[in-house]
Each structure stands twice: as C-alpha cells, then as structure tokens.
Design a protein around this ligand. Sequence first.
Ligand code: C2E
Ligand code: CA
Ligand code: CA
Ligand code: CA
Length: 276
Amino acid sequence: AKNGGRDSFQFFTPEMNTKAHERFAMQDAIRKGIARSEFYLDYQPQVDLRSGRIFAVEALVRWRHPVLGVLSPAQFISLAEETGLIVPLGDWVLNEACRQNKAWQDAGLAHLSVSVNVSARQFQEKDWPGRVIRALEENGLEAEYLELELTESLLMRNVDQAIATMKELQVLGVHFAIDDFGTGYSSLSALKSLPVSRLKIDQSFVRNLAHDEDDRSIISAVISLGQRLNMLVIAEGVETEDQLAFLRANGCDEAQGYHFSRPIEPKAMADLLKLR
Ligand code: C2E
Ligand code: CA
Ligand code: CA
Ligand code: CA
C-alpha cells in the first residue's frame, strides 16, 4: 500500500493477490489453450415437437484443461468476455461449428442447422458480419444452416445497431435466435423490428413449471407472443415428460433438453442422427 491508508492496505490482502494472480494465470491459460486446441464442442439436439425430428443442434464449448480436466463454460466464459479473449475463442467456436456441420452433411446425414452462442463482445467487433461470412465460406457451409444465439441484453443495448448488423447476415440466409428469453428486458416494440426467427424460452421457467403457476403463465405468454410476431418458440432445459406435455399442449414449436439428450460429442451425435 503506497500511502499506508487503511483502504489501500485492505486491497492488498494475500487473498486478493492470489485471486488477481489466479485470474491472470487463467487468462494466460485460455490464450494458450486456444493455440493448443484444448477447447472442443459438444452438441445438443433441438427437436421439432410436431414431427419429433432433430432439426438443429446447439454447439456448446468445453475446455479440456491439461491440469484441471474438463471445464464447463460457467468456469471460463465470463473471464474470456472480460478480457476480450472471447473474440478469438468465439472465432474458433464459430469456425469449428461450421466445419463440423459441413462434415456431417458430407457424411450423408440429414442437413441440420447449427446454433452458435455469441457474446456481446464478439457481436460488437467492427467486422463481425465479415468474420461470420468467412467462417461459412472457409468451411463451405451454406448460410441457412447457421443460427446465431444472441441474448436480450445484447440486442436491447443498441437496437438500431443490432438490427443493422443482423440484417447484413440475414440477407445471406443466416438465422437468429434470442437466447434466455424472458430473463432480460426486451422492449416489445424493438422485438417486432428485430430480424429474429426464434425465441428460446429460458430454462429457469421450464424448471419449475410443474409447481409454479407464474412460470406456466410466462411460458404460455411467450408462446403466444412468438406466434403473433411470426417467430418460432423453442423451450430449453426440458427434462421431464410432464414439462414436454405442458409445452405441447400450449403450442410450443420446439424443445431442447436432457429429456431428449444431454450435450454430446460429435461422434455420438452422428450415431444419434443415423438412428433417427
Ligand atoms: P445456454 O446458451 O443457455 O445453453 C444451455 C445450457 O443449459 C448448456 O449449459 C446446456 O448444457 C444446459 N442444458 C441443456 N439442457 C438442459 C437440461 O435439460 N437441464 C439443465 N439443467 N441444463 C440443460 P453449458 O453447456 O454449461 O453452457 C452454459 C452457458 O455457457 C450457455 O448457456 C451459454 O450462455 C454459454 N456458452 C456455451 N458455449 C458457448 C460459446 O461457444 N460461446 C459463448 N459466448 N457462450 C457459450
Ligand atoms: Ca444458447
Ligand atoms: Ca439459453
Ligand atoms: Ca443460459
């Protein structure tokens, strides 16, 4: 502590130093992990509730850390976002998801859409549409087989800017979904003007729907909203037959969750697709 003040002294507790050090080490490890191909993607099916078909898969990133083992996104995505490392990591995810989807198509499997999660930091990059177009071109994937998942808070921060960016990709055939819908603060008038194909009902509403009437009301309201706005509605985190029955009865279009499959590695996904 420079001037020995009480506050500055407290800032430099050993615990704080360790945390800062750990953060820095983690940051460095993410950077190296990208270079060393330690990240990989699992895929979770998205199911059409009318036909029962898998029409899409969501790509979910994992990190095979050399010492800590497999880490889930909750353990590294926010640090990657804070440090800007989500930009190179996100580029890798986008590229890998396009490559894998094209490989499944080339292997003769039914053509699916792949959904990729996009952080605000990535979306705000100046040449974001260009990065997406490059990933599609370099992997020979047609734009219609890519969907980008954006959150409400990202979209509502600067709606006009978001619309402009999305339209550059939408004209090529790329689709957009609003992730974790219902947990943010969407302006309904803004929602109307966004080029979005799909609303993803957040899993927090699905989780307790058997016991919580408010959650059931929210879900059926979101489904009606989607229908009015000409958007498809997908429920995430569907784990039970009862949850599925409620969603079906309320006209939900699509679902995703452990009831159908956990996120699985590409080989297992190919087997699942062949089985269907
Ligand atoms: P998300 O986009 O909302 O993804 C859904 C999360 O719910 C995934 O967790 C998935 O494994 C989990 N899940 C799926 N079905 C069920 C279910 O039936 N029950 C329960 N309890 N959970 C279910 P995961 O893979 O740990 O990812 C967590 C979050 O990390 C994602 O939430 C997303 O926000 C973020 N994330 C994952 N991959 C990426 C990525 O490539 N880029 C970015 N920017 N964020 C990512
Ligand atoms: Ca998502
Ligand atoms: Ca979600
Ligand atoms: Ca989420």
